[in-house]
Design a protein around this ligand. Sequence first.
Ligand code: NAD
Length: 314
Amino acid sequence: MKIVIVGAGAMGCRFGLMLKKAGKDVTLIDSWDKQVEEISKNGINANYNGEEVHVDIPIYHQKAVDPSLKADLVIIFTKAMQLEQALEDTKSIVTDSTQVLCLMNGIGYEDILRKYFDGEHIIIGNTMWTAGLEGPGHPKLFGNGYVNMLNLGKSDKAVEGAQEVVKALDEGGLNAIYEKGIFFLIYKKICVNATMNGLCTILEANMADLGEAKASDHIVRNIVSEVVDVARAEGVEMNKEEMYQHVYECYNRETIGAHFPSMYQDLVKNNRLTEIDYINGAIAAKGEKLGIPTPYNHFLTALVHTKEQILGAK
Ligand code: NAD
């Protein structure tokens, strides 16, 4: 199986490194000049659970992809707002039988994916693996994780295709699970991302500080409540109280509470645009379509965009 990872930042490097180490045929594509130069010259040099790990792996700049390169499986790891451009730039690698696996944070990518891939070949999911970058070609990969995924297509071929992808990722040590309840898990992760990401970014607080500020609870519960209302309207059964408790787990200082979420890192630390439109913004857009009020998600989306503009984020 020829695997091409589009978006070779932190997560793309993690998946690329693990799959390549397991002997898979993996190629990377990215649009960041320094990343492409460094990996072409010196491979990926990762801090992998405290050890130096090296792997040589082919990489193309998104503007200079070899026209003969064709993928059996495309794994997408750009940021959400880069997805459409990345697919447009790399459409030469897609054939009639190419499958795509999308594990980005957020929700509502299906419409974009359908423009470039046959619906029977789309696999969506989420992942609990994490990754960071210490510099071009130097990811920092700590801890353990897993991947949940499910084919969107209904045919036997779509099921078989997704199961082959599960097997390939599993052989790479990525702990892949074929998960029929994928939409529940995606919405469950959205409950955390829709509260912790935007609020910690606007308030410049870590998750424990946010939770200990009692006045935040009203906002957190309303955001989660709206997410659950949208999920239910889409046929995904969720319990509001269980989701509040799930979000509260983020406040524990002994586990992850001292952590600043990735959106904070993107905007406040690195002055980069955020994925807010695919988290709270997607809930607000779905709410509007479904006739479900989502004022908290709407407001938080607008606040984050305002902060992006004030800071001149790129
Ligand atoms: P990242 O910014 O490190 O990597 C994204 C990469 O995509 C960059 O290297 C960028 O140059 C590249 N890119 C942008 N436009 C492109 C284009 N047109 N063609 C090719 N490449 C392009 O981001 P990340 O942290 O790896 O996150 C990727 C996705 O995974 C996001 O949706 C994120 O929310 C999700 N995610 C991240 C983590 C994590 O721990 N980092 C965990 C779970 C999910």
